[in-house]
Design a protein around this ligand. Structure first.
Ligand SMILES: C[S@@+](CC[C@H](N)C(=O)[O-])C[C@H]1O[C@@H](n2cnc3c(N)ncnc32)[C@H](O)[C@@H]1O
Length: 280
């Protein structure tokens, strides 16, 4: 660190060198290019996000040594990035088999700062899981998470498991949104004052009708008390979500049905308001 080093309270980005950070995204259109497949990052889990997403979020909204909670950790993409960037990472995943496989990968990631990383098997909508997350944070010497990441199922677009509590098998949109409200409330409670949360989510079509799932979930987060900071649109590359490889057939269907093929999803950024007497 040099004499002119100056930063915000929520990131290590050196503001005295702000022009040098070409790799940090400041625009709302996220064209991240192909998936980063370095190290243990493998894109074989249907529904995992590309590592560049947590990389960007952690770089902008956390400091080295801080604690990140991912309430839908899947194959551990966030937690692998945590290790690489020197942040402690705690994931929650409902499927024990997925959690176990993710740990095998996470354990292969380099950990130059020797940060703790763990995955709890649990349902992120429940108070019991929130309690277990808090207990682990305490074991790590933290009162609260510094940053929370949510990458839930986009309702039933991909069926992840048949497990009770899996958000991809909730029968209706209304019930799904109510579950998102529960997760948003737990995220809010687990997050420190003035901490940031990222929600990664896409929309869906049902019966020739577009369901703006992203904006519906966004509203649930705002209702939980979060301040909306950004709606970033991320390009989806080579990923016809839920459509298999038969891209041409879907183009035909889009023409016939009067709709457009999804080529984007959202990375929404929220902030918990600062507690009274604290600066945000
Ligand atoms: C979109 S994926 C997240 C993928 C993750 N970001 C990655 O890169 O691997 C959603 C994950 O949430 C899990 N899940 C579904 N319902 C859950 C719940 N109620 N609590 C915790 N995890 C849940 C699914 O098993 C799935 O692995």
């Amino acid at each position: 660190m040099h004499d002119n080093y100056k930063s915000t309270e929520f990131s290590d980005i050196d503001l005295s060198r702000w022009k040098d950070y070409d790799d940090v995204i400041l625009d709302s259109l996220w064209l991240l290019g192909p998936r980063d497949k370095t190290g243990p990052h493998v894109g074989d889990y249907w529904g995992n996000f590309i590592p560049q997403i947590p990389h960007q979020v952690l770089t902008r909204f956390t400091k080295r040594g801080e604690v990140v909670v991912d309430l839908f950790s899947g194959m551990g993409t966030t937690l692998i990035e945590c290790k690489r960037l020197g942040r402690a990472g705690l994931g929650v995943e409902i499927d024990p088999g997925v959690a176990e496989r993710s740990l095998e990968r996470i354990n292969c990631a380099e950990n130059p700062s020797n940060v703790p990383v763990a995955v709890l098997v649990g349902d992120s909508t429940t108070a019991l899981t929130a309690k277990r997350v808090r207990a682990t944070l305490r074991e790590w010497g933290a009162d609260a998470a510094d940053c929370v990441i949510l990458h839930p199922p986009y309702h039933d677009i991909i069926r992840f498991s048949e497990l009770e509590g899996d958000l991809s098998r909730v029968p209706t949109e209304a019930a799904f949104l109510d579950k998102i409200s529960l997760v948003a409330q737990h995220a809010y409670d687990l997050l420190k004052s003035a901490g940031f949360m990222a929600l990664v989510i896409g929309d869906k079509y049902v019966d020739s009708r577009l369901v703006p799932l992203g904006f519906m979930c966004m509203q649930r987060c705002v209702d939980a008390g979060f301040v909306l900071k950004a709606i970033n649109v991320k390009e989806i590359l080579n990923n016809e979500r839920g459509k298999g490889k038969n891209g041409n057939l879907w183009k035909y269907r889009a023409l016939v049905g009067g709709f457009y093929l999804f080529k984007h999803e959202y990375v929404m950024i929220f902030r918990k308001p600062a507690a009274r007497g604290k600066r945000a």
